[in-house]
Design a protein around this ligand. Structure first.
Ligand SMILES: [Ca+2]
Length: 168
């Protein structure tokens, strides 16, 4: 995420970029006095976004925090999901845009968080795997390109749950 800050939108698109993984930070600790916004949106108006925070380690809480917005609506309203070391959590947007805003103060730093964003295709009712879609157990419909890559894109981890068991 360190290199993605700014007001430009990263566009997720069904063919080329159906999902993305990001982390703050690639280093051991995030920077002091960091103020970073990263914005994502869907290529198509019918699409939605799934954001999953796989891990979070923001010790200087609440001075340092991550806020996630569905357009202008705060998604992680629970302060325990803005910093600290919460369990993995996920949201599916009701709009075509998600913003992540991370702020740190000048004192303590820690490793930050690891997240995925994936396109959800709510208009494709049956979510057919032979047409390139995968239906998660939680009913999110993502691209099959995001299965079995070691990152939780469904939100419930079911895109990673049946990987390799027939071939190992
Ligand atoms: Ca995945």
């Amino acid at each position: 995420m360190d290199k993605m800050c700014g007001n430009n939108h990263f566009i997720l698109d069904g063919d080329k970029k159906p999902g993305i993984s990001l982390q703050l930070t690639n280093n051991n600790q995030y920077e002091k006095g960091f103020n970073c916004t990263v914005k994502f949106r869907t290529a198509q108006r019918s699409q939605r976004l799934i954001i999953t925070i796989e891990k979070m380690n923001i010790i200087d809480c609440p001075s340092d925090s991550l806020r996630i917005y569905d357009s202008t609506t705060l998604l992680n309203k629970d302060p325990k999901q803005q910093c600290g070391t919460p369990a993995s959590f996920t949201f599916t947007s009701s709009t075509t845009e998600i913003s992540m805003i991370f702020i740190s103060n000048s004192v303590v730093e820690s490793s930050g968080f690891q997240a995925t964003i994936a396109l959800h295709f709510p208009m494709i009712a049956s979510c057919p795997q032979n047409l390139g879609f995968f239906q998660c157990k939680n009913k999110n419909c993502i691209s099959t390109q995001l299965q079995c890559d070691g990152r939780n894109h469904c939100g419930d981890g079911t895109d990673e749950s049946l990987c390799g068991i027939f071939f190992d």
